[in-house]
Design a protein around this ligand. Structure first.
Ligand code: HEC
Length: 158
């Protein structure tokens, strides 16, 4: 083999190596486990089992709180409204599982934070015995539920 041929082979080998490295780096850190329904075109949040369980548990808590608030509003039980709303507000003091923040796209996080702010407003309104302001904040929070559910779904990742 001539020196020139050896040189070309060496350059090719390096190029293949660089390509392989780029492909490997391009792989997402997490991959979906199992398939998803192709009819569901929403953006997937890839979560580990702990994060997946946590987010759905939080969701069920939100639905319960909304039901409690609506129920309490029929008798204007301000203390019950304030308590349920505070439990879903920005100062609810719960610690998310590791990596939860990084797993959420910025727009998802913003929607979540906006909704938590509406629960703060609901609690303040209940403490001020202002039913109309409670309703306004509840309506805004429900708007955030709908907006987010239209856009995102969750999926287990490895
Ligand atoms: C920032 C995004 C976001 C907001 C805001 C949000 N959700 Fe969700 N919620 C989700 C996602 C994502 C899922 C999973 C949907 C899927 O994978 O099909 C979900 C699922 C749920 C579920 C199903 C839980 C289960 O165990 O399967 C309930 C109930 C729910 N949400 C209630 C609510 C209510 C009530 C609100 C508003 C008060 C709300 N969510 C606001 C993102 C959000």
């Amino acid at each position: 083999m001539t020196g020139a041929a050896k040189g070309i082979i060496a350059i090719l080998l390096v190029a293949v190596g660089v390509l392989a490295f780029m492909l490997w780096r391009g792989q997402p850190a997490t991959e979906p486990v199992g398939g998803s329904n192709p009819l569901d075109q929403r953006e997937a949040l890839l979560l580990n089992p702990e994060q997946h369980h946590h987010i759905l548990e939080e969701m069920r808590g939100l639905l319960t709180a909304v039901a409690l608030i609506q129920q309490a509003r029929t008798s204007d039980d301000w203390a019950a409204i304030a308590e349920a709303a505070k439990g879903q507000g920005t100062k609810r003091g719960q610690i998310p599982p590791a990596g939860m923040r990084q797993a959420q796209p910025p727009a998802f996080r913003q929607m979540g934070q906006g909704m938590r702010g509406q629960f703060d407003a609901m609690a303040d309104a209940a403490e001020a015995k202002n039913g109309e302001a409670v309703d306004t904040a509840l309506t805004a929070a429900l708007g955030a539920c709908m907006g987010c559910h239209e856009t995102y779904r969750v999926q287990l990742a490895r």
